[in-house]
Design a protein around this ligand. Sequence first.
Ligand SMILES: Nc1nc2c(ncn2[C@@H]2O[C@H](COP(=O)(O)OP(=O)(O)OP(=O)(O)O)[C@@H](O)[C@H]2O)c(=O)[nH]1
Length: 300
Amino acid sequence: MESGGGAAAEKRFRGLGTPIPLGSQGPGSVNTRIPPPASGTPAPMGSRTPGALTARGSLVAKTPLGSQGPGGGGGGGGASPAGTPRGRRTPSGRVPPRPADLKFQLILIGNRGVGKTSLMERFTDDAYSDACKSTVGVDFKIKTIELGGKKIRLQIWDTAGQERFNSITSAYYRGARGILLVYDLTRRDSFLDLHKWMSMVDKYASEDVDLLLVGNKLDREAEREVTREEGLKFAQRFSGMRFCEASARENRNVEDIFLRLVEDIVRRMPMEPLSRDLMTGVLALPSEPPAPEPPTRRCC
Ligand SMILES: Nc1nc2c(ncn2[C@@H]2O[C@H](COP(=O)(O)OP(=O)(O)OP(=O)(O)O)[C@@H](O)[C@H]2O)c(=O)[nH]1
């Protein structure tokens, strides 16, 4: 397999090229119990405990390697705080939390075992485990953050890296505002496969999605197989793609990568008509989008 992104994959991204149907999906088992989010619209996110900073929605399972089966669990349901007018008390007498000003989805993709789940769990729960479990289908977590005075509710989708799940996971690309493309810097194959993932992005993601390339397992410097320069060079081939090396294990750069991606997304948000959901909060968008940053050399 050739190194880096294929030429066709490079044509896409942010409207610079028409998405090109590249590559073919692996056969993948189909887990029809997982409802993909509607294209272009945020999946329901009001189903978690109001006030909780993070929440898990398990549509999925993380199973020990070699014993995978269809993911269990349900997304859960519940009341959305958006249903209660601001400042009013609920029947139980509690003041509901301020609704989010913005809500959107991020998705983690990349080869099996590169650390997608670990990065997500480090970010959402500050948790990490050395246990090696493989995601079946998709998983997600919710995290609410404050950024620039805005309350932003993130739904973070963690996808299975195994090719056989591509037919399931690809359904989640379309609704994502941001994609974290992860490789393991101690495994060259996971870097060489990035062009495959970019082909998936090309084929299934929204054209204006923000992308961030993450070289994970920075704590294993002695076993490094991909140099930082190679990672940076790959990212530079795609307009606006950020690059960062991180360690979920040692919690290095993890918060940074998510927050920078969210910052990019918020900064580039178009002046689109606000959905009813968003109107429940104060949303101050600049009248004109700021001048775009130079597309390359952005890394942490
Ligand atoms: N040393 C080190 N190990 C890590 C790091 N991140 C994840 N791991 C380990 O790598 C293995 C795979 O991590 P996961 O987070 O399950 O990988 P994944 O990309 O979600 O894998 P799939 O669900 O199969 O696609 C686990 O044993 C983790 O403990 C890291 O930053 N450093």
